[in-house]
Design a protein around this ligand. Structure first.
Ligand SMILES: Nc1ncnc2c1ncn2[C@@H]1O[C@H](COP(=O)(O)OP(=O)(O)OP(=O)(O)O)[C@@H](O)[C@H]1O
Ligand SMILES: [Mg+2]
Length: 273
């Protein structure tokens, strides 16, 4: 972060470099401890990845951060505010957006309409009156439509804006999802396995898009199994196994971390190094 000596007297107070702080978070489902004592931070402007084997607790962690689940222990602070246990819509309003592990697009809606749905917390009118184009919402509708087109352009599918979202190629549907999440103008974007189902070419394109979105000022927390993508885009990586954090470091250190190699990349690799 730059020093703030150059701020004018009227400039807003400098924001903390830490956008998300997860402290000793636990989540229990009946007899199953899905997360225990997980702590890490995300700095503004970072791309941070959370990796780990199937069932390690990655999606549960995202659900606790985004307010889809309440953690059973610990504390989560986003942009200086305590958010654990708060409902998802409140957390979204604070500037946090997410995509889901499985694509969730509505059929019968064009790509641009899908992105406008994502935008509705930003509008006074809400989405349905806008869709009906009541006179008092027309200006808001035009602004939403313009911004949705800009976001589709950002994710490089503006040419498909009027096509039905569910009719697009899988990689393009992922891009629509990204644009829809960005429509809430988030400071922090949580992506749960964005490369799932994509081919190598589409995954490389996605990596480029993720960096492009970060360069627009959006901090990114990413759950991903595709290691080439994770290693290429991440500034830092947190590793979970059986709900516990076993490492939190730069990609180069994670690649050489014996416990990570053992649990994630396989025992054979660990013995071979
Ligand atoms: N709502 C739930 N109720 C009960 N158990 C759950 C629930 N959600 C997740 N679990 C369990 O918690 C553990 C962690 O699941 P989670 O989905 O967070 O893993 P993950 O790391 O995202 O796995 P994957 O890589 O397969 O997506 C698993 O044992 C799972 O079965
Ligand atoms: Mg998951």
């Amino acid at each position: 972060m730059p020093a703030d000596d150059t701020r004018t007297p009227n400039a807003p107070t400098r924001r903390s470099a830490t956008i998300l702080q997860v402290e000793e978070v636990g989540k229990r489902f009946g007899g199953l401890q899905a997360l225990s004592d997980v702590s890490f931070t995300v700095q503004r402007g970072q791309i941070k990845a959370v990796i780990g084997p199937n069932g390690a607790g990655k999606t549960t962690l995202f659900n606790c951060i985004a307010g889809n689940l309440a953690p059973t222990a610990g504390k989560i602070t986003f942009a200086g505010q305590r958010i654990d246990g708060r409902p998802a819509h409140e957390i979204a309003r604070l500037g946090l957006a997410r995509t889901f592990q499985n694509i969730k697009l509505f059929s019968g809606m064009s790509a641009v309409e899908t992105v406008m749905v994502g935008r509705h917390p930003q509008t006074k009118a809400g989405f349905l009156p806008c869709l009906c184009r009541l006179p008092w919402t027309r200006r808001e509708w035009r602004l939403s439509h313009k911004r949705a087109l800009e976001l589709l352009d950002l994710v490089e599918i503006a040419d498909h804006a009027e096509k039905e979202a569910t009719s697009l190629a899988f990689g393009q549907q992922r891009a629509v999802e990204l644009a829809r999440a960005l429509a809430t103008e988030p400071d922090l974007l949580l992506l749960d396995e964005p490369a799932a189902g994509l081919n190598m070419y589409e995954t490389a394109e996605l990596g480029r898009l993720i960096r492009k979105i970060r360069d627009q000022g959006v901090t990114i927390l990413l759950v991903e199994h595709d290691m080439s993508l994770v290693m290429e885009v991440s500034d830092e990586i947190t590793v979970l196994n059986f709900g516990q954090k076993i490492a939190d470091d730069a990609p180069s250190a994670i690649q050489n971390h014996p416990e990570v190699i053992a649990i994630y990349l396989g025992e054979d690799d660990a013995q071979g190094t």
